[in-house]
Design a protein around this ligand. Structure first.
Ligand code: PQQ
Length: 360
């Protein structure tokens, strides 16, 4: 094949590399083309994406996860000996599990549910970008149609995945308040599975790429696979970051989500009580918007305009004062009746709590 990004060093392709040189050449491909370098991953790991952009990533990547065992079954079907099949079939078990509710696909569904998706919507693959589908399908076709050496070499991106997984998990946990360790449980197992799989595949490639042509084919296969991963992120970036052109049938923010549970309540119908101590949740803050010359309440992905009364109340919401104390302070400032103010601000604060921009 013609590599999309030809690997430099054409003289090296003329001669037979030692197994160590071949490994170094393969690692060099990853160092230059692996998807850890993609701007979308940088934004994801550095906490620069909105919750909807993280959702778009989780949804699209589900298709990759779902098709990996299809790809591995295609490869398995072509393996001529039982010993190799025994080893390779473990990959299918890792993703599909041994029983209902087990395996990597299931754990990815948990991740998607963890960021708000309804399970059935994810399973339907309805909102997935066509470009995601095309590149993942291209990987399955490649593995089905190319030589066994190329098919196995194309899985070698897994050599590079433990580093990106560690970076991703640490970065996402640190930077997003909607991501928990349980949500990212998918990656725990990959940290041992990926090196085991990559060691086997690398050993196979080093032993079977016995001519310069075969070594070149293995390198091209790995390059191809890097482009499979890269183009998925290009598509996400184009649709959901910049310029933000979401194709007609792809997921639109808001679709396929489970309704967010109402704010935890103590009083009747979730109403705040005078003794409650309100505070702004993590990630929510009041700001003065210079351009619009007004105060706003900034929450992840949402902004609420605030009138003067709301600004006066929220300035006193500090996680220490109760509603009654806030009413008392306002009554003194404005020389008004504390009971009347308390009744008014209970309505206002209850409304904010129901919008999940206030906690008690
Ligand atoms: O999180 C990642 O960045 C990442 C990368 C890759 C990869 O490099 O192909 C895989 C995975 N994860 C993964 O979870 C996975 O199951 C997997 C299977 C394969 C493969 O080619 O057979 N790659 C990957």
């Amino acid at each position: 094949m013609n590599a999309a990004f030809p690997t430099p060093g054409t003289d090296a392709s003329q001669r037979l590399l030692s197994p160590e040189e071949l490994e170094a050449a393969l690692r060099d491909i990853g160092a230059r083309r692996y998807h850890n370098l993609h701007p979308f991953h940088r934004l994801l790991h550095d906490g620069k994406l909105s919750k909807d952009q993280v959702r778009a990533w989780a949804l699209n990547r589900y298709y990759y996860q779902a098709m990996i065992p299809v790809k591995d079954a295609a490869l398995l079907a072509r393996l001529p000996d039982a010993a190799l099949r025994r080893i390779w079939r473990q990959r299918i078990v890792d993703h599909d599990g041994d029983h209902e509710g087990d395996g990597g696909i299931e754990r990815w569904l948990k991740l998607a549910e963890g960021v708000g998706f309804a399970r059935d919507y994810v399973l339907s693959t309805k909102g997935i970008l066509s470009a995601t589908r095309f590149s993942v399908d291209a990987y399955v076709h490649f593995v089905s149609e190319r030589s066994l050496l190329e098919a196995i070499a194309s899985s070698l991106t897994e050599m590079f995945s433990p580093t990106i997984i560690s970076e991703r998990v640490a970065g996402m946990l640190k930077n997003y308040d909607f991501i928990t360790k349980e949500t990212l449980a998918y990656f725990d197992k990959r940290l041992t599975q990926a090196p085991r799989d990559a060691d086997f595949a690398l050993d196979y490639v080093k032993r079977h790429a016995t001519t310069p042509e075969l070594q070149r084919a293995a390198m091209d296969a790995l390059t191809f696979k890097c482009t499979v991963l890269w183009t998925q992120l290009d598509a996400l970036y184009f649709a959901y970051v910049a310029p933000g052109m979401i194709p007609p049938d792809a997921w639109q923010p808001g679709e396929g989500l489970v309704a967010e549970p109402a704010a935890p309540t103590t009083g009747p119908a979730g109403a705040l009580q005078a003794s409650d101590v309100p505070r702004l949740p993590r990630g929510v803050r009041m700001r003065f918007d210079q351009a619009r010359d007004k105060h706003v309440l900034l929450a992840p992905e949402r902004t609420f305009d605030l009138d003067d009364n709301a600004v006066a109340v929220l300035s006193l919401v500090d996680g220490a004062r109760s509603v009654a104390q806030i009413a008392q302070a306002l009554a003194e400032t404005y020389a008004a009746d504390a009971a009347v103010i308390e009744a008014d601000i209970l309505v206002m604060l209850t409304d904010l709590a129901q919008k999940r921009v206030l906690e008690r």
